[in-house]
Design a protein around this ligand. Structure first.
Ligand code: T3D
Length: 265
């Protein structure tokens, strides 16, 4: 099912909800309205049991150029913007929603991902990028610090030296380099991105959704837990996974030497 929302398009088909950032004239720069639509689309996909995987991508030649710098709320002429309020009401809930959504999210990065746009992509679970795509921690170029989780995720994903280089210089990081650094899952040829993202999401949508959601939770916990705490978390999450229909189905399919038929429950 698809809707005609303006700044974020939503299309759900065969277990996959595709959310398309849709302000191509600004390379999908984020406005307050767009934040609202994006969070609503995520909540809709989270609440629809038919949806078992999400794809986040951009319309046109860009993925997302970060905050819309022409938006009057960004910096009122002569005024002092309340960026704490902006982050608390837009970027922070968005990044938390991506992390907490109990279904896998594939970012299909079709072009430049700059500023918060880069960190939104990197907050998805699997990042596929077009070979021509660029990741830019553009914040320092305009006198800001990386937000949308950037200062948290970069050192963890690429190490402190590369994180510092990216954040302090704001240079363009080509998709192939991002892949080589382990920042993203995979680079594909530009003309194959949509198909590859659909294939990957289509596969994930047939998998044991509850377990995949629990895996996300475990990996998120691992970022800050001690080994002891993580072992406890694995125990608790595995208890939940072990009670699912899909666990029974997985074991039955193995014993019967047949393909699995997971329902996500
Ligand atoms: O208040 C808050 O929200 C605080 C939170 C901040 C979080 C952030 O994300 S801060 C970082 C904001 N983003 C940037 O600083 C990136 C700005 N954009 C660029 O540096 C470049 O546009 C790109 C490197 C992303 C792409 O360059 P290029 O040469 O491929 O394209 P272009 O010609 O620069 O852009 C195409 C059009 O998109 C252009 O419009 P025009 O001239 O054709 O009418 C350009 O102005 C527009 N555009 C690009 N980025 C933004 C934008 N318009 C508004 N906001 C943008 N961020």
């Amino acid at each position: 099912m698809s809707t005609t929302a303006t700044t974020v398009l939503y299309q759900a088909e065969a277990g996959v909800a595709t959310l398309t950032l849709n302000r191509p004239e600004s390379l999908n720069a984020l406005t307050g309205a767009m934040h609202g639509e994006l969070r609503a689309a995520l909540a809709r996909a989270a609440g629809d049991p038919e949806v078992r995987c999400l794809v986040l991508t951009g319309a046109g030649r860009g993925f997302c150029s970060g905050a819309d710098l022409t938006d009057s709320s960004v910096i009122a002429a002569g005024g002092v913007p309340d960026l704490a309020k902006t982050l608390e009401t837009t970027y922070n809930p968005l990044i938390r929603a991506l992390r907490d959504l109990p279904k896998p999210i594939v970012a299909a990065v079709n072009g430049v991902a700059a500023g918060a746009g880069a960190n939104i992509a990197l907050s998805c679970d699997l990042v596929l990028a077009a070979r021509s795509a660029l990741f830019i921690q553009a914040f320092c170029k305009i006198g800001l610090i990386p937000d949308a989780g950037g200062t948290w995720l970069l050192p963890r994903h690429v190490g402190r030296a590369r994180a510092a280089g990216l954040a302090l210089l704001g240079d363009k990081l080509p998709a192939e380099q991002a892949e080589a650094w382990g920042l993203i899952w995979k680079v594909v040829d530009d003309d194959k991105l949509a198909d590859e993202a659909a294939k990957l999401a289509g596969h994930l949508a047939t998998q044991p959704t509850t377990a995949l959601g629990l895996i996300k939770k475990a990996l998120a916990g691992a970022e800050t837990n001690t080994l002891d705490a993580q072992l406890d978390l694995e125990r608790d999450l595995q208890t939940i996974a072990g009670r699912t229909d899909d666990f029974r189905e997985g074991v039955a399919a193995f014993r019967e030497k047949r393909p699995t038929r997971f329902t996500g429950r």
